[in-house]
Design a protein around this ligand. Structure first.
Ligand SMILES: NC(=O)c1ccc[n+]([C@@H]2O[C@H](COP(=O)([O-])OP(=O)(O)OC[C@H]3O[C@@H](n4cnc5c(N)ncnc54)[C@H](OP(=O)(O)O)[C@@H]3O)[C@@H](O)[C@H]2O)c1
Length: 279
């Protein structure tokens, strides 16, 4: 992708994280990137810190780009597509990261055979560690997918899934950093409760998470078998595990992922609906 121009439309939390993550890679030269957003203050910050080209004109950003990342809220994606569609051509690639919004919907709104790749990254793109799933739209060939993969791999790992699974991905890994932040916050609070300072409790909790994540990744072992390494007979970990099972930690996580998955489906069908109920 090193000679390609990339536009990111919507540089809030996710688009901004993707832009910063991509720019950590050696192939990504700032002059090849354009950031477009409605919020001028975000653009000023990115221009100053990343030296990318910025504009508050989405059409202008879309026009010169080989690959466009659409990272606006599902609620306004139609408005942005309507704005840029006349400038889109089938030689460009459009990556949409909007939760719930189907490639077919974007395609019919554009009304041209533009290759679309739907992607669901997560906020850890900011540090190049996103867990991203992607799925091709109707006109996306292997070549388009390879190009999208190259860009998305620059912000972390990428799996390809059928588009019908994108809401599940949104519920699990798109939303996933929030579950982890909450768990670590809880661990940190717990550390304070049992007498540690906040700084020490935070540092120990974060490193515990990092170490456990690295163990799971490096060994490739099922978490249940790694859990057995900690739970010695009559020890502290098995007592803590009993307490967590009584409180239903796993059931809570399953409920949360299901709820987020449902919300993603609702957002796709009714972007302005503020509840989670599907019809
Ligand atoms: N956040 C995540 O962890 C995450 C994870 C995976 C996928 N996503 C997806 O990423 C997309 C963006 O989410 P987000 O959390 O990054 O939201 P966000 O922080 O609100 O970012 C969206 C950005 O788009 C800007 N914007 C609003 N109207 C615009 C327009 N007409 N043209 C250009 N830019 C416009 C917003 O500016 P204002 O602030 O001025 O409105 C904001 O800076 C969503 O579709 C979401 O489903 C997010």
């Amino acid at each position: 992708m090193k000679d390609k121009n990339i536009a990111v439309i919507g540089v809030g939390n996710m688009g901004g994280a993707m832009l910063r993550g991509m720019l950590m890679k050696s192939w990504a030269k700032p002059e090849k990137f354009t950031a477009a957003d409605a919020d001028r203050s975000k653009l000023e910050t990115l221009e100053r810190e990343l030296k990318v080209r910025v504009t508050n004109d989405n059409r202008n950003a879309a026009k010169g780009a080989d690959l466009i990342i659409l990272a606006v809220k599902p609620q306004i994606i139609d408005q942005v597509i309507d704005e840029i569609k006349d400038d889109l051509t089938p030689r460009q690639i459009l990556i949409s990261v909007a939760a719930g919004v189907k490639a077919e919907h974007i395609l019919s709104r554009i009304g041209k055979s533009v290759p679309i790749v739907r992607a669901m990254p997560n906020i850890s793109a900011l540090v190049g560690e996103s867990a991203t799933a992607m799925s091709p739209g109707k006109h996306a060939t292997k070549e388009h997918l390879d190009a999208a993969r190259e860009v998305l791999e620059s912000i972390g790992m990428v799996v390809e899934v059928h588009e019908s699974l994108m809401d599940a991905v949104t519920g699990l890994s798109g939303t996933g950093p929030m579950y982890v932040f909450l768990i670590v916050e809880g661990m940190s609070d717990a550390g304070v409760k049992v007498g540690l300072s906040r700084d020490v409790a935070n540092a120990l909790s974060v490193q515990t998470l990092l170490g456990a994540a690295k163990m799971m990744k490096d060994t490739g072992k099922h978490p249940a078998s790694l859990k057995d390494l900690v739970t010695s007979p009559g020890g502290t970990a098995i007592s803590a595990l009993h307490s967590l099972e009584k409180s239903g930690l796993k059931a809570m996580l399953i409920d949360a992922v299901e709820t987020a998955t449902r919300r993603s489906r609702v957002l796709g069908r009714h972007p302005h609906n503020s509840g989670d109920e599907e019809d």
